[in-house]
Design a protein around this ligand. Structure first.
Ligand SMILES: C[C@@]1(CC(=O)O)c2cc3[nH]c(cc4nc(cc5[nH]c(cc(n2)[C@H]1CCC(=O)O)[C@@](C)(CC(=O)O)[C@@H]5CCC(=O)O)C(CC(=O)O)=C4CCC(=O)O)c(CCC(=O)O)c3CC(=O)O
Ligand SMILES: NC(=O)C1=CN([C@@H]2O[C@H](COP(=O)(O)OP(=O)(O)OC[C@H]3O[C@@H](n4cnc5c(N)ncnc54)[C@H](O)[C@@H]3O)[C@@H](O)[C@H]2O)C=CC1
Length: 206
Protein backbone atom coordinates (compact mmCIF):
# COMPACT_ATOMS: atom_id res chain seq x y z
CA UNK A 1 0.00 0.00 0.00
CA UNK A 2 1.40 3.41 -0.96
CA UNK A 3 1.45 6.07 1.72
CA UNK A 4 -0.48 9.35 1.49
CA UNK A 5 1.18 12.74 1.15
CA UNK A 6 -0.04 15.37 3.65
CA UNK A 7 -0.17 19.02 2.56
CA UNK A 8 -1.83 22.28 3.69
CA UNK A 9 -3.78 23.79 0.80
CA UNK A 10 -4.46 27.49 0.22
CA UNK A 11 -7.96 27.66 -1.22
CA UNK A 12 -8.42 31.45 -1.35
CA UNK A 13 -10.48 32.27 -4.46
CA UNK A 14 -10.53 28.65 -5.62
CA UNK A 15 -13.80 27.02 -6.65
CA UNK A 16 -14.88 24.00 -4.60
CA UNK A 17 -17.97 22.05 -5.68
CA UNK A 18 -19.80 19.89 -3.15
CA UNK A 19 -22.36 17.57 -4.77
CA UNK A 20 -24.99 16.55 -2.23
CA UNK A 21 -26.53 18.51 0.61
CA UNK A 22 -26.78 16.02 3.49
CA UNK A 23 -24.94 15.67 6.81
CA UNK A 24 -21.67 14.60 5.22
CA UNK A 25 -21.74 17.45 2.66
CA UNK A 26 -22.49 19.83 5.53
CA UNK A 27 -19.36 18.70 7.44
CA UNK A 28 -17.20 19.16 4.35
CA UNK A 29 -18.72 22.62 3.71
CA UNK A 30 -18.16 23.73 7.30
CA UNK A 31 -14.49 22.72 7.07
CA UNK A 32 -14.17 24.99 4.02
CA UNK A 33 -15.57 28.10 5.72
CA UNK A 34 -12.85 30.58 6.50
CA UNK A 35 -10.49 29.24 3.82
CA UNK A 36 -11.63 31.81 1.25
CA UNK A 37 -12.75 29.05 -1.13
CA UNK A 38 -15.75 29.81 -3.37
CA UNK A 39 -18.02 26.95 -2.32
CA UNK A 40 -20.90 25.73 -4.47
CA UNK A 41 -23.31 23.06 -3.26
CA UNK A 42 -25.22 21.19 -5.96
CA UNK A 43 -28.18 19.31 -4.54
CA UNK A 44 -31.99 19.35 -4.82
CA UNK A 45 -32.20 19.31 -1.02
CA UNK A 46 -29.92 20.66 1.66
CA UNK A 47 -29.65 20.60 5.45
CA UNK A 48 -30.79 23.64 7.45
CA UNK A 49 -27.18 24.65 8.08
CA UNK A 50 -26.33 24.58 4.37
CA UNK A 51 -29.47 26.60 3.59
CA UNK A 52 -28.55 29.13 6.28
CA UNK A 53 -25.03 29.54 4.82
CA UNK A 54 -26.59 30.04 1.40
CA UNK A 55 -29.03 32.70 2.64
CA UNK A 56 -26.18 34.44 4.48
CA UNK A 57 -24.28 34.64 1.18
CA UNK A 58 -21.41 32.46 2.41
CA UNK A 59 -21.87 29.76 -0.22
CA UNK A 60 -23.69 29.17 -3.49
CA UNK A 61 -26.45 26.59 -3.69
CA UNK A 62 -27.50 25.20 -7.05
CA UNK A 63 -30.81 23.62 -6.13
CA UNK A 64 -31.11 20.72 -8.54
CA UNK A 65 -29.65 17.33 -9.41
CA UNK A 66 -26.02 17.11 -10.50
CA UNK A 67 -25.15 17.61 -14.15
CA UNK A 68 -21.73 17.19 -15.80
CA UNK A 69 -21.13 20.92 -16.39
CA UNK A 70 -21.27 21.62 -12.63
CA UNK A 71 -17.59 20.76 -12.22
CA UNK A 72 -16.41 23.40 -14.67
CA UNK A 73 -13.70 25.57 -13.14
CA UNK A 74 -13.57 23.52 -9.95
CA UNK A 75 -10.22 23.07 -8.23
CA UNK A 76 -11.67 20.57 -5.76
CA UNK A 77 -14.79 18.40 -5.79
CA UNK A 78 -16.64 16.46 -3.10
CA UNK A 79 -18.92 13.72 -4.43
CA UNK A 80 -21.07 13.61 -1.31
CA UNK A 81 -24.45 12.22 -2.33
CA UNK A 82 -26.00 9.08 -0.89
CA UNK A 83 -25.90 7.44 -4.33
CA UNK A 84 -22.75 5.34 -4.71
CA UNK A 85 -23.06 5.00 -8.49
CA UNK A 86 -23.64 8.72 -8.94
CA UNK A 87 -20.65 9.52 -6.70
CA UNK A 88 -18.43 7.39 -8.91
CA UNK A 89 -19.79 8.97 -12.09
CA UNK A 90 -19.01 12.41 -10.64
CA UNK A 91 -15.41 11.25 -10.22
CA UNK A 92 -15.41 9.97 -13.80
CA UNK A 93 -16.77 13.23 -15.20
CA UNK A 94 -14.00 15.28 -13.53
CA UNK A 95 -10.89 16.40 -15.41
CA UNK A 96 -7.68 14.61 -14.40
CA UNK A 97 -6.30 17.78 -12.77
CA UNK A 98 -9.31 18.26 -10.47
CA UNK A 99 -8.94 16.96 -6.93
CA UNK A 100 -11.91 14.73 -6.22
CA UNK A 101 -13.01 13.14 -2.96
CA UNK A 102 -15.67 10.44 -3.15
CA UNK A 103 -17.19 10.29 0.32
CA UNK A 104 -18.00 6.58 0.17
CA UNK A 105 -14.96 5.37 -1.77
CA UNK A 106 -11.50 6.08 -0.40
CA UNK A 107 -9.78 4.09 -3.15
CA UNK A 108 -11.33 6.21 -5.89
CA UNK A 109 -10.57 9.49 -4.08
CA UNK A 110 -7.59 11.76 -4.76
CA UNK A 111 -7.51 12.73 -1.08
CA UNK A 112 -9.36 12.36 2.19
CA UNK A 113 -9.83 14.67 5.14
CA UNK A 114 -8.05 14.23 8.43
CA UNK A 115 -9.65 15.12 11.76
CA UNK A 116 -8.39 18.64 12.42
CA UNK A 117 -8.36 21.44 14.97
CA UNK A 118 -6.75 24.87 14.90
CA UNK A 119 -5.12 27.05 17.54
CA UNK A 120 -4.56 30.18 15.50
CA UNK A 121 -1.63 29.41 13.24
CA UNK A 122 -1.22 25.92 14.68
CA UNK A 123 -3.20 23.18 12.94
CA UNK A 124 -3.14 19.59 14.11
CA UNK A 125 -4.59 16.90 11.87
CA UNK A 126 -4.97 13.18 12.38
CA UNK A 127 -5.60 10.57 9.71
CA UNK A 128 -6.11 6.86 10.08
CA UNK A 129 -6.13 6.41 6.31
CA UNK A 130 -9.76 5.31 6.41
CA UNK A 131 -9.20 2.66 9.12
CA UNK A 132 -11.44 4.48 11.58
CA UNK A 133 -12.64 8.10 11.32
CA UNK A 134 -14.00 7.64 14.85
CA UNK A 135 -10.52 6.81 16.17
CA UNK A 136 -9.07 9.83 14.29
CA UNK A 137 -11.67 11.96 16.05
CA UNK A 138 -10.77 10.41 19.44
CA UNK A 139 -7.07 11.20 19.00
CA UNK A 140 -7.97 14.72 17.87
CA UNK A 141 -10.02 15.22 21.04
CA UNK A 142 -7.09 14.04 23.18
CA UNK A 143 -4.69 16.40 21.42
CA UNK A 144 -7.14 19.28 21.86
CA UNK A 145 -6.73 18.88 25.63
CA UNK A 146 -2.94 18.95 25.41
CA UNK A 147 -2.68 21.79 22.86
CA UNK A 148 -5.08 24.18 24.56
CA UNK A 149 -6.04 27.80 23.76
CA UNK A 150 -2.78 29.30 25.02
CA UNK A 151 -0.99 27.93 21.96
CA UNK A 152 -2.68 30.51 19.74
CA UNK A 153 -0.89 33.38 21.45
CA UNK A 154 2.37 31.42 21.63
CA UNK A 155 2.26 30.72 17.88
CA UNK A 156 1.74 34.44 17.23
CA UNK A 157 4.83 35.15 19.34
CA UNK A 158 6.84 32.52 17.40
CA UNK A 159 5.64 33.91 14.07
CA UNK A 160 6.63 37.50 14.88
CA UNK A 161 9.94 36.63 16.53
CA UNK A 162 11.04 34.24 13.81
CA UNK A 163 10.31 36.93 11.21
CA UNK A 164 12.39 39.42 13.25
CA UNK A 165 15.28 36.96 13.74
CA UNK A 166 15.46 36.08 10.05
CA UNK A 167 15.46 39.76 9.10
CA UNK A 168 17.82 41.10 11.79
CA UNK A 169 20.26 38.28 12.62
CA UNK A 170 22.69 37.44 9.86
CA UNK A 171 25.11 35.24 11.81
CA UNK A 172 23.96 31.62 11.37
CA UNK A 173 24.95 30.18 14.78
CA UNK A 174 23.23 32.99 16.66
CA UNK A 175 20.19 32.74 14.38
CA UNK A 176 19.85 29.03 15.01
CA UNK A 177 20.33 29.44 18.81
CA UNK A 178 17.54 32.03 18.92
CA UNK A 179 15.17 29.99 16.75
CA UNK A 180 15.76 26.93 18.95
CA UNK A 181 15.35 28.92 22.18
CA UNK A 182 11.98 30.49 21.31
CA UNK A 183 10.58 27.03 20.49
CA UNK A 184 11.55 25.65 23.93
CA UNK A 185 9.25 24.96 26.92
CA UNK A 186 10.81 27.92 28.71
CA UNK A 187 9.26 30.31 26.20
CA UNK A 188 6.03 28.34 25.93
CA UNK A 189 5.52 28.61 29.69
CA UNK A 190 6.93 32.11 30.14
CA UNK A 191 4.79 34.96 31.47
CA UNK A 192 7.05 37.54 29.86
CA UNK A 193 8.18 36.25 26.47
CA UNK A 194 9.25 39.64 25.14
CA UNK A 195 11.36 40.30 28.23
CA UNK A 196 12.87 36.81 28.19
CA UNK A 197 13.71 37.26 24.52
CA UNK A 198 15.42 40.63 25.10
CA UNK A 199 17.47 39.16 27.94
CA UNK A 200 18.46 36.09 25.91
CA UNK A 201 19.42 38.23 22.93
CA UNK A 202 21.62 40.44 25.13
CA UNK A 203 23.27 37.44 26.80
CA UNK A 204 24.13 35.92 23.44
CA UNK A 205 25.32 39.11 21.75
CA UNK A 206 27.20 41.00 24.48
C1 LIG B 1 -12.02 8.09 4.12
C2 LIG B 1 -12.70 9.32 4.71
C3 LIG B 1 -12.97 10.22 3.53
C4 LIG B 1 -13.34 11.65 3.90
O1 LIG B 1 -14.52 11.90 4.13
O2 LIG B 1 -12.42 12.51 3.91
C5 LIG B 1 -13.99 9.01 5.45
C6 LIG B 1 -14.91 8.06 5.04
C7 LIG B 1 -16.01 7.58 5.76
N1 LIG B 1 -16.39 8.02 6.99
C8 LIG B 1 -17.44 7.29 7.45
C9 LIG B 1 -18.09 7.41 8.68
C10 LIG B 1 -17.82 8.40 9.65
N2 LIG B 1 -17.03 9.52 9.49
C11 LIG B 1 -17.02 10.20 10.65
C12 LIG B 1 -16.33 11.42 10.87
C13 LIG B 1 -15.29 11.94 10.11
N3 LIG B 1 -14.80 11.40 8.95
C14 LIG B 1 -13.69 12.01 8.56
C15 LIG B 1 -12.85 11.61 7.53
C16 LIG B 1 -13.00 10.52 6.70
N4 LIG B 1 -14.11 9.78 6.55
C17 LIG B 1 -11.91 10.06 5.79
C18 LIG B 1 -10.96 9.09 6.54
C19 LIG B 1 -10.22 9.78 7.70
C20 LIG B 1 -9.46 8.84 8.54
O3 LIG B 1 -9.61 7.63 8.51
O4 LIG B 1 -8.62 9.32 9.32
C21 LIG B 1 -13.30 13.12 9.51
C22 LIG B 1 -12.04 12.69 10.26
C23 LIG B 1 -12.99 14.45 8.84
C24 LIG B 1 -14.13 15.13 8.12
O5 LIG B 1 -15.01 14.51 7.56
O6 LIG B 1 -14.08 16.36 8.17
C25 LIG B 1 -14.57 13.21 10.44
C26 LIG B 1 -14.27 13.40 11.96
C27 LIG B 1 -14.07 14.84 12.25
C28 LIG B 1 -13.93 15.10 13.70
O7 LIG B 1 -14.91 15.16 14.44
O8 LIG B 1 -12.79 15.33 14.13
C29 LIG B 1 -17.81 9.53 11.61
C30 LIG B 1 -17.91 9.89 13.09
C31 LIG B 1 -18.50 11.16 13.36
O9 LIG B 1 -19.48 11.54 12.70
O10 LIG B 1 -17.99 11.74 14.27
C32 LIG B 1 -18.38 8.40 10.98
C33 LIG B 1 -19.33 7.32 11.54
C34 LIG B 1 -18.59 6.35 12.43
C35 LIG B 1 -17.52 5.50 11.73
O11 LIG B 1 -17.79 4.90 10.68
O12 LIG B 1 -16.39 5.46 12.28
C36 LIG B 1 -17.77 6.34 6.44
C37 LIG B 1 -18.77 5.22 6.59
C38 LIG B 1 -20.14 5.49 6.05
C39 LIG B 1 -20.97 4.21 6.13
O13 LIG B 1 -21.28 3.81 7.25
O14 LIG B 1 -21.20 3.67 5.07
C40 LIG B 1 -16.91 6.57 5.36
C41 LIG B 1 -16.91 5.91 4.00
C42 LIG B 1 -16.00 4.74 3.94
O15 LIG B 1 -15.33 4.37 4.89
O16 LIG B 1 -16.04 4.16 2.84
N1 LIG C 1 -16.81 10.49 4.23
C1 LIG C 1 -17.51 10.62 5.31
O1 LIG C 1 -17.10 11.33 6.23
C2 LIG C 1 -18.79 9.86 5.45
C3 LIG C 1 -19.38 9.33 4.33
N2 LIG C 1 -20.59 8.72 4.44
C4 LIG C 1 -21.20 8.33 3.13
O2 LIG C 1 -21.73 9.56 2.59
C5 LIG C 1 -23.02 9.35 2.01
C6 LIG C 1 -23.87 10.59 2.23
O3 LIG C 1 -24.19 10.66 3.60
P1 LIG C 1 -25.24 11.73 4.17
O4 LIG C 1 -24.80 13.11 3.88
O5 LIG C 1 -25.48 11.37 5.60
O6 LIG C 1 -26.54 11.37 3.30
P2 LIG C 1 -27.93 12.14 3.18
O7 LIG C 1 -28.92 11.16 2.73
O8 LIG C 1 -28.17 12.95 4.42
O9 LIG C 1 -27.68 13.20 2.01
C7 LIG C 1 -27.58 12.84 0.67
C8 LIG C 1 -27.67 14.13 -0.15
O10 LIG C 1 -27.42 13.82 -1.52
C9 LIG C 1 -28.28 14.60 -2.30
N3 LIG C 1 -28.46 14.00 -3.62
C10 LIG C 1 -29.06 12.83 -3.95
N4 LIG C 1 -29.05 12.66 -5.29
C11 LIG C 1 -28.43 13.75 -5.82
C12 LIG C 1 -28.13 14.17 -7.16
N5 LIG C 1 -28.47 13.42 -8.22
N6 LIG C 1 -27.46 15.35 -7.32
C13 LIG C 1 -27.12 16.12 -6.27
N7 LIG C 1 -27.40 15.75 -4.98
C14 LIG C 1 -28.05 14.60 -4.77
C15 LIG C 1 -29.59 14.63 -1.51
O11 LIG C 1 -30.39 15.74 -1.90
C16 LIG C 1 -29.03 14.79 -0.09
O12 LIG C 1 -28.87 16.16 0.19
C17 LIG C 1 -23.55 8.10 2.71
O13 LIG C 1 -24.30 7.39 1.77
C18 LIG C 1 -22.33 7.34 3.18
O14 LIG C 1 -22.00 6.32 2.26
C19 LIG C 1 -21.23 8.60 5.62
C20 LIG C 1 -20.69 9.09 6.78
C21 LIG C 1 -19.40 9.77 6.77
Amino acid sequence: MSSNYPIMLRLEGKRVVVVGGGKVAERKVSGLLGTGARVTVVSPEATEDIQRLFHAGKIEWVQRHFSGGDLQGAFMVFAATNDKILNLSIKDSAEPHQLVMVVDDLEKSDFHLPSTFHRGRLSISVSTGGASPTFARKIREQLEQEFDERYEEYLNFLFEKRKWIIKEVAETTLKSKLLTAIASDEFLNSNDREGDFRRLYQELTF
